[in-house]
Ligand binder design. Sequence first.
Ligand code: ZN
Length: 401
Amino acid sequence: MMWDWRRPGGALALLIASLWPGGASAAAVQSVRVADGRIVIRFDAPVADAASLVAAGSREILVQVRGVTPGNGGTATGLVSRIRQSRADGGTRIVFHLIGPAVVGDAGFEAGGRELRLQLQPASEATFTAASEAGWSRYFPFSFGRRSRYSVSVPVPPARAVPLPRVQGDDRRPLVVIDAGHGGVDPGAISPQSGLREKDVTLKIARAIRDALLASGRVRVALTRGDDRFLVLRERFGIARRLKADLFISIHCDSALSDQASGASAYTLSEVASDKEAARLAARENKADVIGGLNMAGAGADVQSILIDLTQRETMNASAGFARLLGREARPLIPVKPVFHRMASLMVLKAPDMPSILFETGYISNPAEAAFLDSEDGRERIADSVTRAVEAHFARRMAVR
Ligand code: ZN
């Protein structure tokens, strides 16, 4: 595991933790206010990450802040009738009891990670329920350029034609495009213990898979990104489609509020999530474009036409077939979830004519698993699983023809 000393709060938190025997938290909740339709939570030291959840059933909004001790209640006005703070999941949970349905709008850190702001928006019961099903939204500080900024939104990147990456391997072989999840301004999930970033882990894993696939000699390979750059989700499968790829594999690391969650899984596209966890994952992974500043609302027509094309069952079946093969090959080599193959509405998988999977290689929020994912042994085992599954997949498709 690596420690990024540039992360604000990181070195300080470690120092204070070492000075306080018994693992006392580095920060405490200083104040909680609701005013002008906004929740403002102040801390006495920088905070590394937080998450919010809309709970329609109990008519509450929950905010979970890791590694922070609770303070006293808070000042409730407007949409919030009561505020409660308690210890939960290695940090503080703040519960905002609502007088009517509301969802969280713009949210993010300010004041160098010492303040978390969440905009409250009154909503219909239907929106309230839908937001509730989306699960936890996560907020973390990250910096870009010389400025350090605490927010989850950045300016819209200008429209651009993404140059096509280099394709390596024998021309007669089928093409596999490996997509390293996240990148550039979008760090993906961040290990709360070590500061390890999903975007760095996925890039190293993608390169290891490329090398293993090329060594097998059975396929051609291209990477959507070979360095630390930001791509919107449609550019990722767009690159693969322009290259006429035969298989698209997007590499990610999972994260959960509990540091015990463990195991790899694979997702294929469905407009209906296979379970709550799949719905939560879709909410989180699809957010990459929001982080990159792309307004998804403006992409309606394009996305709609792609959704219509999804009736092409063959692509979905081929994707599911590959996910099952990957499960079979990965199980003896790396930790996997009991149910390996799941379905979710994931933007990055929405190419209508190209079998696509999203491979969650394991949990970056689990310290042991994060170390495994970032190790050479871990990468080799993951690359081996993918290579075996790819070989079986194309052998099977050749046999059918
Ligand atoms: Zn991801």
